[in-house]
Design a protein around this ligand. Sequence first.
Ligand code: KG4
Ligand code: ZN
Length: 338
Amino acid sequence: MNDKDIKILAIESSCDETAASVVINGRNIISNVINSQIKIHTEYGGVVPEIASRKHMENIVNVVDEALKEADMTLNDLDAIAVTNGPGLVGALLVGVSFAKTLAWSINKPLIPVNHIEGHICANYPENKYLEPPFVILVISGGHTYLAICSEYGKYEIVGQTRDDAAGEAFDKVARAIGLGYPGGPKVDKLSKSGNPDAFDFPIAHIADAPFDFSYSGVKSAVLNQLNTAKMNGMEINSADVAASFQKAIIGSTVPKAIALCKEKNINKLAIAGGVASNSALREALQSACDKEGIQFCSPSPVMCTDNAAMIGAAAYYKYLNNEFSGLDLNAIPNLSL
Ligand code: KG4
Ligand code: ZN
C-alpha cells in the first residue's frame, strides 16, 4: 500500500445481505464482510422487505466495524465511501445509503453511489486482474438478466434483456415447485448433479425479432405443468431429473446468445455476473463454449457472484477516478436501471 492507493469502504444492503468491504484501487480486496439474512427469510419462503430493513439496521454498525478491523484501518485511512443506491428494496437500500452518507460526512470524504447491477459486473475485476473493457457481459441474477457490452469502465450498452422472468426468479420458482425451498438456485444446482438432464425436454426460448433477448417464463411454466400432470396422474417424478433438465434448458436459452454476441461484435472476452453466475453447470457450459470459439471467459468466484460489498468497492474505484460523487441528498432508487 502507498499514499497514492485509493482506499474505498463500500456498503451493500439492497436485499438480504448486509455487507461492507475495503477495496484498494478497485482490484485489491482487503476485507469482505457479508452478514446474510437467508436463514431468517427461509422461514417465510422468500425475502420479507420489512424484516430485511430491520436486520440491516441491527447489523450495519458491526459489519462496517468488522470490515475496517479486518483491513486494519480506521475511517481516517479511507479516500471515499461507496454505497449501493439501487436497484433493490427501498427500505433495505435506505439503511446503507443513510449510513454511508453519515460516514462520508463525518470524515469529509466523497460519497460514491453505485448501481447494484454494475457492482455485480465489477465483481469480475478483483479476480480477473487482466480484464479490461471492451468485453461482453452476461448479467444473470435474481432480479435481472442482461446481455450488454462494456465499452469502457462504467459504460454499458444493453443489447438484450429478459422479456419476462429473470433467470434467478425462474430458478427460485422451480425450486419451490419441487419442494426445495428458498433460496432455490443453489439447491437446484446441487440436486441437478444427481439428475439426468435429458429426462425431460423443456423448451428453449428463441425470440425471432430480438435474438439477444431472453425469456424464461416458458421453461418455468413447462416444469410446473410437468409436475402438475404427474401429480394428477399419481405418478412419481424424479426431482433431480426435473432440476437437471430445467437447468439444461436455462443454459440452452442463455449460452448461445452470449457467444453469438461476442462473435457478432468481434469481442473475444465474455464475463458473467450475478447470483445465477455461480451456477456450476452454467459456468462449465460457458467455459467450454468459449474455449471452442477462442473467447476468453471470465467469472467471479461463486461467493463474489452473489451479493457482497467488494463488488461495490470495485465499481466505485472507476467512479472515483471520474469524480462521480454524490451530495448528501443521495436517495435510494429501488428501480434504478443499468
Ligand atoms: O445477484 P443476486 O444475489 O441478487 C440479485 O441482485 O438479484 O442473485 C440471487 C439469485 C437468486 O435467484 C438465487 O436463487 C440465484 O441467484 N442463485 C443461483 C445459484 N446461486 C444463487 N441460481 C442458480 N444456481 C446457483 N448456484
Ligand atoms: Zn445482487
